[in-house]
Ligand binder design. Structure first.
Ligand SMILES: Cc1cc2nc3c(=O)[nH]c(=O)nc-3n(C[C@H](O)[C@H](O)[C@H](O)COP(=O)(O)OP(=O)(O)OC[C@H]3O[C@@H](n4cnc5c(N)ncnc54)[C@H](O)[C@@H]3O)c2cc1C
Length: 496
């Protein structure tokens, strides 16, 4: 017999967004009648621990990005997640000839940080003040006087931009990615990045919250892959691959933008054009961290080694050593990150092909005599139908209105009867300020749960106040709009 569940609120996905929303419903709004549906056998989603050679590693989110008042920092402390400062300035530089004795790469890094980004930030501010259209990030850098010509300049730019946003500047929004730097790194009052290495996994910030939900076991359906979401003004019916149905008054869909862009889940009726446009115009970027363990350590004690490939920008450029005192001394462990096209290609390669590519670069950096790896972990996020990439990047040409449209509820919020809103959307990809980050998932989960709880209490949003503007109001309560940035130097700026 196919199972049928009836509930007030169904939460689709048990990543950080879904778990945070569920906890807020249960503990802050006293709504106990909800069900979480998750394809995997556990909570956490893109918080995904595994191990290599006995050392815990994270193939998904890894850094608390911005400490201070970042809610992720609070969760990491609450659940005692092991972490340490990750020093992005502790770098050894290499080029096609091995160690960069001339310091050309380091010099390019300094110029990018001290000139290009400072100028670009001023130009982006001015454009916003004047209400000028957004540009792509490459254009913004160009106006700031930065034209990357040499492999050194290209590599510096790759480290500073692609290695954070997982896409090249030309594909990315200028204004929104400048804003992202500010909101995430200065907005919380402490721009540090801390790297998580915990044997229980970074997923503890989701698991810990889930464990606080009363009777969780009765409220969560694991190993259930949603195939259809049917919505109307009267409610939502969700169907899974093994024909379980969940009938609910309200649904919160937390699937990634990548999942929404694909045809893994069918909406009935199909999504309206204004929503399809918006989803299509945002980017699900790919940030692929490859972990490699060696029989011995042939590199030195710096945290990062950056390699400027003479031919291909960003090719196996950023290497991170775990074999440092504060992480895993004696581990003989390196991590290299690929993004975008280079990641898509590597995801399609065999393990041996990826090892060969790693070794060719490492031999250029450290000489022919280095040993072959003993173990490798190769995540393939883009090929995974539950994620379809790693996190949202605000693409060039995507507008704030489209961003509103991604998170807007269905049926259409402009319908005459606001009580018809039944299907809501939240996730890192619906966050205007914190897209791509755990804090985006956390804030959006909380805010969506508040909007749904209001709606369940017959205070649905009116058509003048869309879910988005309401969430902005709620956001202010949470301090999201705080505009006093304390960060100094490079990334500081002033808002009107
Ligand atoms: C490689 C990588 C590195 C990252 N690095 C950082 C970092 O250092 N710092 C940082 O702040 N953020 C980082 N992020 C981003 C961060 O992980 C995300 O912002 C956050 O985890 C997203 O949470 P979410 O709940 O919105 O989405 P998800 O975690 O994707 O949750 C959605 C859930 O829905 C489930 N699901 C999907 N489809 C279906 C279906 N059809 N049926 C049922 N269930 C389904 C999924 O299994 C998943 O559990 C990184 C992400 C990745 C992948």
């Amino acid at each position: 017999e196919d199972a049928v569940h009836k509930t007030k609120v169904v939460i689709l996905g048990a990543g950080l967004t879904g778990v945070t929303a569920a906890k807020a419903l249960a503990l802050e709004r006293n709504i106990a009648d909800f069900i979480i549906v998750e394809a995997l056998p556990e909570v956490g989603g893109r918080l995904k621990p595994t191990s290599i050679g006995g050392y815990p590693i994270e193939i998904g989110a890894n850094w608390v990005q911005g400490l201070g008042t970042n809610p992720i920092w609070a969760l990491a402390q609450k659940y005692n997640v092991t972490n340490a400062f990750s020093d992005w300035e502790n770098i050894d530089y290499f080029d096609g000839g091995g160690y960069d004795f001339d310091g050309k790469l380091g010099e390019a890094f300094d110029r990018y940080e001290e000139q290009a980004i400072v100028n670009a930030t001023k130009i982006s501010d001015l454009r916003q003040e004047r209400g000028q259209v957004d540009l792509n990030f490459r254009a913004g850098l160009n106006l700031a006087g930065w034209v990357a010509k040499t492999p050194y300049e290209k590599t510096a730019e790759y480290f500073e931009f692609d290695w954070e946003y997982a896409e090249p500047p030309v594909q990315s929004s200028f204004i929104q990615n400048i804003n992202s730097f500010i909101y995430n790194f200065d907005g919380f009052g402490n721009s540090s990045n801390n790297f998580v290495f915990d044997k229980r996994g970074f997923r503890m910030i989701a698991q810990g919250q889930a464990d606080e939900i009363p009777n969780l076991a009765e409220k969560i359906l694991y190993n259930e892959t949603v195939t259809t979401i049917a919505y109307s003004k009267d409610g939502v019916i969700v169907t899974t691959a093994d024909n379980t149905t969940i009938e609910a008054d309200f649904a919160l869909c937390t699937f990634s933008i990548g999942v929404l862009q694909n045809t893994d889940v069918t909406f009935e009726p199909g999504l309206p054009d204004w929503k399809k446009d918006a989803i299509a115009n945002f980017h699900m970027a790919t940030y692929m961290k490859i972990f490699v363990q060696f029989p011995s350590k042939f590199w030195n004690d710096t945290e990062f080694s950056v390699y400027a490939d003479p031919d291909e920008r960003g090719y196996y450029a950023v290497w991170q050593s775990f074999d440092v005192e504060k992480f895993y001394p004696g581990s003989n462990l390196l991590m290299v990150t690929l993004t975008s096209e280079q990641a898509y290609q590597a995801e399609l390669q065999t393990e041996q092909e990826v090892i060969d590519a790693c070794m060719a670069v490492l031999r250029t950096m450290y000489g022919a005599g280095i040993p072959s790896p003993i173990e490798i972990v190769i995540p393939r996020w883009t090929l995974d139908p539950l994620f379809r990439g790693t996190f949202t990047n605000w693409g060039a040409g995507a507008t704030v209105e489209q961003q509103n449209a991604i998170r807007a509820p269905l049926p259409d919020p402009d319908m005459p009867n606001p009580q018809s809103q039944r299907l809501f959307f939240a996730g890192e990809g619906t966050s205007r300020k914190y897209f791509g980050y755990l804090q985006g998932a956390y804030y959006e989960g909380r805010l969506a749960s508040a909007v749904i709880a209001d709606c369940a209490e017959n205070e649905c949003l009116t058509s003048e106040k869309t879910a988005y503007s309401k969430r902005e109001i709620l956001g202010e309560k949470e301090g999201l709009e705080k505009r006093a940035y304390v960060g100094g130097g490079l990334r500081s700026r002033h808002f009107a």
